[in-house]
Write a protein that binds this ligand. Structure first.
Ligand code: NAD
Length: 474
C-alpha cells in the first residue's frame, strides 16, 4: 500500500497492512504473555514503563524524522515526540497510587459475618485504532494507561501516517518485558476491523462514520467501545470580552495544526457590539500567519496531511460563498511543491444551513456569526450533532462560566480555546455524536481498563437452605 508524502504529494513510502490472520496471531501472542504482566505489582510495571520512556528519549531523532515526514510539520512533531516520555512517566507514576486507592481489602459489609474485597482486574487485551492528525499522541494516549493497568496492547495507527511505527517499535524492542506486551501494527480499515474482533476493549479515535462501524462491530463482539470522534466546536465571545484578545486566541484555537484537530474551534459567535473590531483584528492576525513552505523550519501552519482533505475543505468554502457568505481572507487551497495548503480563512455572513457551520471542517477556517442575544448564541452553539468541546470568552471567568454550563459539550475552555489538547487531567465525556464511553483524561483514563471483582468472604455460618423455606420463622 503506497503512502503519500504531504509536502510533495509523492508516494514515497509503503506499508504492508496486516491481514486478519496476522492480527489474530499477534493478538494470540500478546494474550499469552499478558497474565504475567498483570501479575506484576503496579510498581514493577511502572519501572518497565520508565525504561520505555528512556528508550523513546534515546530514539528521539529517528522518531522525529519519521513523524515529520508523516505530517509535513516539524514543531508539532517535536511536541508529539518529546511529550511521549512525559506521558509514559506520568501514568507510570500515577498508576500504583490509583490502583491502591481503588482496591479494597477485607472491608466490613452490611452483613455482620461477611467481609468484602474489591480487586481491579484488567481487560486482558486492549486495542486502539488511531487517526492521522496527531499520529503518536493518539496512538499512545490510551495504550499507555492500559499497559499501566496490566492490559496487553495492540495498536493500529492510521495508514495515512505510518512512518513513525517502525522507529516506535524499535523503542519497544529495547525493553523486552514490554515488547511481549505491546505492538503497533501497520494496517488499513480491514486491519482495524480485524483488530476489533481480536481484543477485549477497543479505543477508537477518528470520524463519526467510522466510529459508528467500530461501535457496531464492538457490540457484536460484546466488548466495550470507547469512541473519541469528531467535533464542530463553537466559541462564544460575549460583549464584555476584549475583541482583539479574543480574536487572537480564536485564531490560535482554530488554526493550530492547520485546523486538523478534533478540538479546533470551527464556528465563532460574537456579540454584535464587538463584532466589527473582533472581525478586523481576526482578519489582520490571520493575514500574518505564514505557511511552513518552502522551508519546513519556518512558518506557522503546514500542509493538509491527508490530500483529499484539501478538496473537502475547499468544497465547504465554495458552498458557503455560493450561499451568500463572504471570504474576508484566505479561501483558496494552494498546491505548493506538491503539498496542499490553506491560509487561515475568515468567513463572514455564514448561516447555520451552510456546511462550513454545520459539518466538521478539519481545516483552518473560521466562520464568524454575530449575535444580539446571549440566549440565541447558546441555542446556535448547541444546535449541532456534535458535542466535543467549546469555548466562552468574557471579561470575567464567572460570566463566561455562566454560559459554559449551558453548552452541550464535554469540555468548555473559559477565556481560552482548545484547552483539552493541553490539559490532560480534567475528566470529560464526549457529548452527542462526538463520542461514547468513559473519559480518557484524568483518573478514569486508567480506571476504565479494569473490571471490578468482588471477593465476598463469609466468616460466620453460611445460611442454611431452611432460611428460604416458605414456613421458615419470620
Ligand atoms: P477515520 O475514521 O477515517 O480513520 C480512523 C482510523 O480508523 C484509521 O486508523 C483507519 O484505518 C481506521 N478504520 C477505517 N475504517 C475502519 C473500520 N471499518 N473498522 C476499524 N477501523 C477502521 O478518521 P481520520 O480521517 O483518520 O481522522 C480524522 C477524524 O478523527 C476527525 O473526524 C477528527 O475529529 C477525529 N478525531 C477525534 C479525536 C477525539 O479525541 N475526539 C481526536 C483526533 C481526531
Amino acid at each position: 500500500m503506497k503512502v503519500i508524502n504531504p509536502r510533495t504529494g509523492e508516494a514515497d513510502y509503503e506499508v504492508a497492512p496486516l491481514g486478519a490472520a496476522a492480527v489474530q496471531a499477534e493478538a494470540k501472542r500478546l494474550r499469552a504473555a499478558q497474565p504475567a504482566w498483570a501479575a506484576l505489582a503496579p510498581e514493577e510495571r511502572s519501572a518497565i514503563l520508565h525504561l520505555w520512556a528512556e528508550a523513546v528519549v534515546a530514539h528521539r531523532q529517528p522518531l522525529l524524522e519519521a513523524l515529520t515526514l508523516d505530517t509535513g510539520r516539524r514543531r508539532i512533531s517535536e511536541i508529539e515526540v518529546d511529550g511521549l516520555p512525559g506521558t509514559i512517566r506520568r501514568w507510570a507514576d500515577l498508576a500504583p497510587r490509583l490502583i491502591a486507592q481503588h482496591s479494597r481489602d477485607n472491608q466490613p459489609s452490611a452483613h455482620p459475618t461477611v467481609r468484602n474485597s474489591t480487586r481491579l482486574v484488567p481487560y486482558p487485551l486492549f486495542g486502539a485504532i488511531a487517526p492521522w492528525n496527531f499520529p503518536i499522541v493518539l496512538s499512545t494516549i490510551d495504550a499507555i494507561p492500559a499497559l499501566a493497568a496490566g492490559c496487553a496492547a495492540l495498536v493500529k495507527p492510521s495508514e495515512v501516517t505510518p512512518r513513525f511505527i517502525a522507529p516506535l517499535m524499535e523503542t519497544v524492542a529495547k525493553v523486552p518485558e514490554l515488547a511481549a506486551m505491546l505492538s503497533f501494527i501497520e494496517g488499513d480499515a480491514a486491519t482495524g476491523q480485524a483488530l476489533v474482533e481480536a481484543v477485549d476493549y477497543v479505543c477508537f479515535t477518528g470520524s463519526v462514520a467510522t466510529g459508528r462501524k467500530v461501535g457496531e462491530a464492538a457490540a457484536r463482539a460484546f466488548i466495550p467501545a470507547n469512541l473519541e470522534l469528531g467535533g464542530k466546536d463553537p466559541m462564544i465571545v460575549l460583549a464584555s470580552a476584549d475583541p482583539v484578545q479574543a480574536a487572537n486566541l480564536a485564531l490560535r484555537a482554530s488554526i493550530v495544526a492547520t485546523g486538523q484537530a478534533c478540538q479546533s474551534i470551527e464556528r465563532i459567535y460574537v456579540a454584535r457590539t464587538i463584532y466589527r473590531p473582533f472581525l478586523d483584528a481576526l482578519v489582520e492576525a490571520a493575514q500574518k500567519v505564514r505557511l511552513n513552505y518552502p522551508d519546513i523550519a519556518m512558518g506557522d501552519i503546514g500542509p493538509f496531511i491527508f490530500g483529499p482533505q484539501g478538496a473537502k475543505v475547499q468544497a465547504q468554502i465554495d458552498e458557503a460563498v455560493a450561499m451568500g457568505a463572504k471570504v474576508l481572507t484566505g479561501g483558496s487551497v494552494e498546491t505548493l511543491g506538491g503539498g496542499q495548503y490553506l491560509r487561515p480563512t475568515v468567513i463572514a455572513d455564514a448561516t447555520a444551513d451552510m456546511g462550513v457551520v454545520r459539518d466538521e471542517t478539519f481545516g483552518p477556517v473560521l466562520p464568524v456569526i454575530a449575535f444580539d442575544d446571549v440566549e440565541d448564541a447558546i441555542q446556535q452553539a448547541n444546535d449541532s450533532v456534535y458535542g466535543l468541546s467549546a469555548a466562552v470568552i468574557a471579561a470575567t471567568a464567572e460570566e463566561a462560566e455562566s454560559v459554559a454550563v449551558r453548552l452541550e459539550a464535554g469540555a468548555v475552555s473559559i477565556n481560552d480555546g482548545s484547552m483539552t489538547s493541553m490539559v490532560w487531567d480534567a475528566e470529560n465525556s464526549s457529548f452527542k455524536l462526538s463520542g461514547m464511553g468513559p473519559s480518557r483524561m484524568g483518573e478514569s483514563g486508567l480506571l476504565r481498563f479494569f473490571r471490578l471483582q468482588a471477593l465476598i468472604r463469609q466468616t460466620g455460618a453460611p445460611l442454611p437452605l431452611a432460611a428460604y423455606a416458605e414456613d421458615a420463622p419470620r
